[in-house]
Design a binder for this molecule. Structure first.
Ligand SMILES: Nc1ncnc2c1ncn2[C@@H]1O[C@H](COP(=O)(O)OP(=O)(O)O)[C@@H](O)[C@H]1O
Ligand SMILES: [Mg+2]
Length: 312
């Protein structure tokens, strides 16, 4: 298939909106997911992630706005589009008394003759080939989630939509899920993965959209969101007085005191030594002063607590 500019766009929403009674769950959302991306769809609980995903999958109808997937409008052409999309929404429905392979066979048989080679394929991709004969009731939660991803891949979809696939997993399960996401990207799949836990996806996502209260706060690469967004951490006596002084400066308006009692602030001209000099001359000689790069989690908390605040 020729890959032109438009073909590179896998999901595009335009002013996508969903209301439930008086509540607007998704509000004028514009997102764009490109071919081969691991796209993180991030926001706190209740932000509107699952509602958006259900609209993407044609499970519920948008109140207004539009969605196209692989260049086709989902609302009118979902029978064309949806066979090319695999999805896992929260926890997969599994038969606990069956083994992993038989679970896949059962699902595959709903769509037609079972292709055993494709079952081998998806088991290998999700790393369950060695455990395919074990009953699912003996699987860890992480293995069950990966079996859910395998189910979503049975029809070899171009796009995978995974709603909170790491929810409830232990740290080992999260690592396995991340490895799986990387495998999917390596074999050319496009993946949309939602999460309310930022640290989970920071390392694997190429780009992210952050939503809160149904509204898009920011869509950008992880690098763009975290680059140059560092902050100085200062331990100083009489921190409340120092905070008030710093907040009165044009460069320090966003300063706060963190729960550990450290002053968190930008520096004059972005330079730590100027911050040090400023505080020292004002009589607040720092006990310690260091620079901390913001994590995606901190960016997210800042953007969702105060949309517009501190966005470059
Ligand atoms: N079927 C529904 N009926 C009424 N309100 C709903 C329904 N589904 C979701 N909501 C509301 O829409 C908002 C977004 O929910 P949801 O999309 O599940 O958020 P998230 O997946 O980001 O946690 C929430 O306030 C939720 O209570
Ligand atoms: Mg959800």
């Amino acid at each position: 298939m020729a890959v032109s500019g438009m073909d590179n766009i896998v999901i595009q929403t335009h002013a996508l909106t969903k209301t439930f009674g008086k509540r607007t769950a998704v509000n004028q959302l514009h997102i764009e997911v490109r071919r081969g991306e691991i796209f993180g769809f991030l926001g706190p609980n209740g932000a509107g992630k699952t509602t958006t995903i259900r609209m993407l999958l044609g499970l519920i109808t948008p109140t207004s706005g539009s969605i196209s997937i692989l260049g086709r409008p989902v609302t009118t052409e979902h029978t064309e589009v949806l066979p090319r999309v695999g999805a896992l929404i929260e926890t997969p429905a599994l038969y606990n008394y069956m083994n992993g392979r038989d679970n896949l066979r059962t699902v595959a048989s709903m769509f037609g003759p079972v292709d055993e080679r494709q079952i081998d394929n998806v088991l290998t991709i999700v790393g369950l080939a060695g455990r395919q004969r074990d009953r699912v009731q003996n699987y860890s939660l992480g293995m069950k989630q990966r079996l859910g991803v395998a189910m979503a891949m049975l029809n070899d979809p171009h796009l995978l939509v995974l709603d909170e696939p790491a929810n409830g997993l232990d740290p080992a399960g999260i690592v396995e899920m991340r490895d799986l996401m990387r495998n999917l990207a390596a074999i050319g799949k496009t993946v949309l993965i939602s999460s309310h836990v930022l640290g989970e996806v920071q390392q694997i996502c190429t780009r992210v959209a952050i939503i809160n209260n149904g509204i898009l706060i920011r869509e950008a690469s992880v690098d763009e969101l975290t680059r140059g967004q560092g902050i100085y951490v200062v331990f100083v006596e009489r921190v409340a007085e120092a905070l008030a002084l710093v907040q009165a400066q044009p460069w320090g308006a966003q300063a706060v005191v963190n729960p550990q009692g450290a002053l968190m602030t930008a520096a004059p001209n972005g330079l730590g030594r100027e911050l040090n000099t400023f505080l020292s001359q004002a009589g607040y000689v720092p006990d310690a002063l260091y620079y901390q790069q913001e994590t995606l989690e901190q960016v997210f908390l800042r953007l969702t607590a105060n949309p517009g605040g501190g966005i470059r």
